[in-house]
Design a protein around this ligand. Structure first.
Ligand code: PXG
Length: 457
């Protein structure tokens, strides 16, 4: 029996406007336009309250990787809720779903990972890491080693520590962030540079900015470096090939812990289980969330390498940290069922060898459009950059809002993609068919033609 009353779209919009504060939203602006009310979903499509069918090219918020309407995930949640809807993992307790999931996660991750700490979200996972990293160095007898290096335009979540790790200036401005002991270096964004260096030279230089920061802060004070393998919310910033090996070399040289934020890239999006596998790095921590349950229930966590976990286990005594919903049984049961779907349907191989290369190929053809300056896609994680002119690259004035114009046109034409500034982002469910991939690219061409009419001088 549905718990939600059926109302008209207008009623929902009115109640929403009166009572609901949304995440990352300009409410004054929203109140003029009203919310789009999404009521149901199936496969790769979402449906709004007026019955419009929209291809969800963003997998919700980069999370519904197995697609919508998976009865198996619904059944897993319902069965677990009947058996044990809630119990915690505090005070020397555990339950089968959290134990089972922790051991499954060990199987799909790199060999240094034998333990996992559960949270409810990616933000909580990154907050957990800040505390674990600092505790680790305290226990190692180096209590001065508390500084974490991150990057400009990174996104690591919205809690106080996670937003501090992030490099989004507008977020920092709103609440006196970052907290002490978190510093930022440049992002590996070659297309956004002046192109005086080749991509590989630029990748090395961007990685060396980490080394410069280590020398500036003092190597004995730097605890860790955090980075998304590919920045997501920042606009799908794919680093040059030279970048990751150099980052690994620098972390190894100074003994700095490497954190690979896998909240978006984890569980197959790049055609490997994790971004660290794709880039062949050996992180000490991997925060995750989103795709672990395909978003059907909220769950996050942190893979903790033996290097750190053994010290915590042996020396920390009680590590005073945890959440009521750390390892929620229903969420863990859904995660287990979701991982089984990824394995049984070979969805990760499909991204690596089949639908990934297909969408990448047709996505790259968009570069012939006058508005498209640069396309990029790894696995099923891609973007293109809207530019005023291509050579030399000239950007639109931010007042034009070309990204927002395109995003609205996409919705009108039945496809949901996301704008990050003037980058248009695409991260569809792993079940995307060839014809659905064609639909994304065909609609994109229509949208770009219409946007060009609107923004051309
Ligand atoms: N790390 C990364 C790399 C993320 O992308 C988080 C941490 C935080 O996860 P939670 O579960 O606390 O939201 C994220 C989240 C967007 C968008 O518009 C991206 C995220 C969240 C909401 C919107 O691209 N990423």
């Amino acid at each position: 029996m549905a718990a939600i009353e059926k109302r008209s779209r207008e009623d929902w919009q009115e109640l929403d406007r009166e009572h609901h504060l949304h995440p990352f939203t300009d409410h004054k602006d929203l109140h003029k336009k009203r919310s789009r009310i999404i009521t149901r979903a199936e496969g790769v499509y979402i449906y709004d309250a007026d019955g419009h069918k929209i291809l969800d090219g963003m997998s919700g918020l980069w999370c519904v990787n197995a697609g919508y309407g998976r009865q198996e995930l619904v059944d897993a949640a319902a069965a677990q809720m009947q058996e044990l809807p809630y119990y915690n993992n505090f005070f020397q307790c555990a339950h089968p779903p959290s134990i089972e999931l922790a051991s499954m996660l060990k199987e799909v991750s790199q060999p240094q990972f034998n333990r996992v700490f559960f949270t409810g979200s990616g933000s909580e996972s990154n907050d957990t890491i800040v505390r674990m990293v600092r505790t680790y160095w305290d226990l190692m007898g180096q209590p001065g080693r508390h500084t974490i290096i991150s990057r400009d335009n990174a996104y690591h979540g919205s809690t106080v520590a996670a937003a501090s790790l992030g490099g989004m200036k507008p977020m920092h401005k709103q609440s006196g962030l970052p907290i002490p002991g978190i510093v930022h270096v440049e992002q590996p964004y070659w297309y956004g540079s002046d192109h005086s260096l080749s991509p590989d030279e630029f990748g090395i230089a961007a990685a060396r900015s980490i080394e410069d920061k280590i020398n500036e802060v003092g190597a004995d004070k730097v605890a860790a470096f955090i980075g998304e393998p590919i920045q997501g919310a920042g606009g799908v910033i794919v680093p040059p090939d030279s970048y990751r090996p150099e980052v690994q070399r620098i972390c190894d040289k100074y003994g700095i812990l490497l954190i690979s934020d896998e909240v978006i890239t984890g569980f197959g999006r790049l055609g490997e289980w994790f971004g660290a596998d794709y880039y062949e790095t050996r992180p000490d921590f991997m925060p995750f969330a989103k795709g672990v349950t395909s978003g059907y229930l909220p769950l996050g966590g942190v893979f903790v390498s033996d290097r750190v976990a053994n010290v915590l286990v042996d020396k920390a005594g009680e590590f005073a940290h945890g959440y009521t919903y750390s390892g929620h049984p229903a969420a863990c049961a859904v995660a287990i069922a979701n991982l089984k779907i990824l394995q049984r349907e070979n969805l990760i191989e499909r991204i690596r060898e089949d639908i990934g290369p297909y969408l990448q190929r047709i996505w790259a053809t968009l570069e012939d459009h006058p508005l498209v300056g640069n396309t990029r896609m790894v696995g099923l994680m891609g973007a293109f950059e809207l530019v005023k002119s291509k050579d030399p690259v000239e950007r639109f004035d931010s007042k034009v809002g070309v990204g927002g114009i395109c995003r609205d046109l996409f919705i009108e034409h039945g496809v949901c993609l996301r704008a990050s500034g003037d980058a248009i982002i695409c991260a569809p469910p792993f079940t995307l068919s060839y014809s659905e991939a064609d639909q994304i690219v065909e609609v994109t061409r229509t949208v770009l033609d219409k946007a060009l009419e609107i923004v051309k001088p």
